[in-house]
Design a protein around this ligand. Structure first.
Ligand SMILES: Cc1cc2nc3c(=O)[nH]c(=O)nc-3n(C[C@H](O)[C@H](O)[C@H](O)COP(=O)(O)OP(=O)(O)OC[C@H]3O[C@@H](n4cnc5c(N)ncnc54)[C@H](O)[C@@H]3O)c2cc1C
Length: 428
């Protein structure tokens, strides 16, 4: 049974939409099309950390080799913490579980997610304007209307169009995202632009904890492929009134980040100097961090009693989270395999039951990640970091996050889906 032959339309070709498309191909959904507004695939110039829980899924898709080729290797610890002012080491936490975390450029992860996808599934330059809920007999349940005047029919629509989701708004969920109180500065430093000692330190994932601010370094890529760089993520508290652009992302002067960390330790000053060397116009990416409150219902069903048509959300459109546990993409990857498995292997033709199963499987976990990521941000940028250094407890920090990394969504689907999913020809 299931919905393997239904026309599935994915709106949004970011990491979430592409993860779902990979899951759809892996599980054997036969009629899937992805619509992305941009004229070509691209990701913001930044690093990303993909942890064990999501790598388990990507490895099942066969992407381990492709990702490892582009990721940093043999990280000596999961995260090392340093005092912002003295630069002193205050502790570290180790790897959580296997497969280990992979740190790479976001564009390289997108490349891996594109590798196995037939071009015939990908539709670029398609900005979704609205979704028609058709009522005429014989017409498709849904028609996607794009800004270029074109359209596409679908039975099942998956909104993977990010935190400002049009699909979500079109479902009547008009709530506004909340400003977190923090902006994030993002850029890269080439290791050759750093003094040797600082370069060596930043070959590890390092977190400089400061007052209501912290600077996180992800060592992405590797020497063999000449992709190794220190990805800089500076979380700074700024009032939203100071934000000078309509969008949430802009190019900002590196000076603006420097203002926040002028009194910080020499290694952080080296990072600022390295950023300047690598940026001819003296600018870097700046993004205001928003998050949405969890919602009760992630889907809507086609009115008029049709049991096998509906619209559902996945990724930042429904479970966005602050990035303090590095989980937004990882959650979208987990949700992707969960939704694709449910659509492909559901035992009956009742889509609402299938959607509900997916939501019940995912929502408690993604809600908890949203809540704990908010708390993790408070811990990372403490009001009194000097006090916290004294009581810093890496074991407690690890304990806080273990449940995220040790989780196996494939196993959860097997166990919780035993009565509802037909696993006969499943690769799970
Ligand atoms: C500073 C920072 C660091 C982060 N670090 C990590 C990390 O280390 N690990 C991790 O797991 N997560 C991390 N995240 C979270 C991660 O970036 C997001 O959770 C993830 O990118 C969400 O993917 P998405 O596909 O749901 O949304 P998006 O990435 O926003 O993609 C949405 C896509 O939809 C398209 N789109 C939008 N509207 C339309 C439309 N109307 N029609 C057609 N297409 C449309 C967009 O062009 C885009 O391609 C971080 C986030 C931030 C801000």
């Amino acid at each position: 049974m299931g919905f393997e032959n239904k026309r599935v339309a994915i709106v949004g070709g970011g990491l979430g939409g592409m993860a779902f498309l990979n899951a759809a191909l892996y599980t054997g959904l036969k009629n899937v099309q992805l619509y992305e507004q941009a004229s070509q695939f691209g990701e913001v110039g930044a690093g990303v950390n993909i942890t064990s829980n999501a790598n388990r899924v990507l490895d099942a898709f066969g992407l381990q080799e492709s990702m490892t080729r582009k990721s940093s290797r043999q990280l000596p610890s999961y995260m090392e913490y340093h005092n912002y002012k003295t630069g002193d080491y205050v502790g570290h936490i180790g790897e959580f579980s296997k497969p280990p975390a992979r740190l790479l450029h976001r564009a390289h992860l997108l490349d891996s997610l594109k590798e196995r996808v037939p071009k015939s599934c990908l539709n670029l330059g398609k900005h979704l304007a609205s979704v028609d809920r058709n009522t005429t007999a014989g017409s498709a349940p849904y028609t996607l209307r794009f800004q270029d005047g074109s359209s596409a029919d679908a039975d099942i629509v998956i909104g993977c169009d990010g935190i400002k989701s049009n699909v979500r708004r079109d479902m009547g969920l008009g709530d506004d995202p909340n400003y977190s109180g923090q902006v994030v500065y993002r850029g890269f430093v080439d290791y050759k632009d750093l003094p040797a000692e600082t370069a060596q330190l930043l070959r590890k994932t390092v977190n400089f904890r400061g007052p209501k601010r912290h600077v996180l370094i992800l060592p992405i890529g590797n020497k063999e492929t000449q992709t190794d760089r220190a990805a800089v993520i500076g979380f700074m508290s700024e009032p939203i009134e100071a934000w000078d652009t309509e969008g949430w992302m802009a190019r900002s002067d590196i000076d603006s980040l420097h203002e926040h960390v002028r009194e910080w330790c020499p290694a952080v000053q080296d990072i600022i100097a390295g950023l300047r060397k690598g940026s001819p116009d003296g600018k870097m990416l700046k993004q205001a961090l928003y998050v949405r409150d969890p919602i009760d219902k992630w889907y809507e069903m086609k009115e008029g009693g049709q049991k096998d048509a509906g619209i559902i959300l996945l990724g930042d459109s429904v479970h966005s989270t602050l990035p303090h546990q590095g989980q937004g993409t990882c959650m979208a990857i987990e949700s992707g395999i969960a939704l694709a498995t449910v659509l492909r292997h559901w035992k009956t033709d009742n889509l609402e039951d299938a959607f509900k199963f997916y939501q019940d499987l995912r929502k408690p976990r993604t809600d908890r990640v949203t809540q704990t990521s908010y708390e993790a941000g408070k811990l990372a940028s403490s009001d009194s970091p000097d006090e916290m250094d004294k009581s810093f407890n890496p074991d407690a920090l690890m304990e806080r996050m273990k449940w995220i990394m040790e989780y196996n969504v494939l196993e959860d689907l097997r166990v919780k889906g035993a009565d509802y999913l037909d696993f006969q020809d499943s690769r799970l």
